[in-house]
Design a protein around this ligand. Structure first.
Ligand code: DX5
Ligand code: ZN
Length: 215
């Protein structure tokens, strides 16, 4: 059974309290929060005061996906406002090993994220240090995009790398996840599925989360 992390980016921002209430009642394992700075990705989302408010309402761990340049500057801030997982992009970190240690020092779990064009083999010397690897299955910046099929073989490669390195890292996939792509991803070895549009644009999000949970 996989872990499910609904992405709040696709929720109705005028009713966030109700959506978090829904997440609390659902079988979701964590809440995925997308932080965008308008530089690393061509979009801007939300920041610290908003996460802090979510943390007060949400009973599930917060999985914070940083689509920002120079994430090192803000790691303590994200930990302070309640992030359980802090995901930094491989492409945004010149000194990734240092960044990962910095995340761990706050007590948060450390995750590294790869864009669709970034090969899994680049994680060879860091995969044993992280709690989770997030593979982007769309180009980051927006919800509701089409799943990139090449993510399936990357998931298999990552599973092999994790086993070879005796790493305990979970494999998380983000972008275009639905029941069809989710099923294939689980077969390839994914542990955590992020789903934005598929959950929040569905008629019954609690039921949709339940169905994803059954995959
Ligand atoms: C994209 C974000 C995703 C996004 C996924 O940049 O990282 O978390 O919300 O949305 P869907 O599931 O709709 O592709
Ligand atoms: Zn995300």
């Amino acid at each position: 059974m996989s872990l499910i992390a609904p992405s709040l980016l696709s929720a109705d921002f005028a009713h966030l309290a109700a959506d978090i209430e829904m997440i609390n009642k659902s079988e979701a394992d964590m809440l995925h929060l997308d932080i965008m700075d308008g530089v690393f990705v061509p979009n801007i989302s939300f920041g610290f005061p908003v996460i802090e408010s979510f943390n007060k309402l949400c009973t599930k761990p917060l999985d914070v996906h940083l689509m920002i340049v120079e994430p090192d500057k803000f790691i303590e801030n994200f930990a302070k406002v309640g992030a359980s997982y802090i995901n930094v992009h491989y492409e945004a970190c010149t000194h990734l090993h240092r960044t990962i240690q910095k995340i761990k020092a706050t007590g948060a779990k450390a995750a590294v994220t790869l864009n669709p064009h970034t090969p899994v083999c680049l994680l060879e010397d860091i995969v044993s240090d992280v709690d989770m690897v997030l593979l982007m299955s769309v180009n980051p910046g927006y919800g509701g995009q089409k799943f990139i099929e090449g993510t399936l073989s990357k998931t298999v490669q990552l599973k092999e790398l994790i086993a070879r390195k005796n790493s305990k890292a979970l494999i998380e996939i983000d972008g275009g996840v639905n029941l069809e792509t989710g099923k294939k991803l689980i077969e390839c070895g994914a542990d955590v599925l992020v789903a934005g549009n598929f959950v929040f644009k569905s008629e019954n999000p609690i039921e949709t989360i339940h169905k994803l949970k059954q995959l």
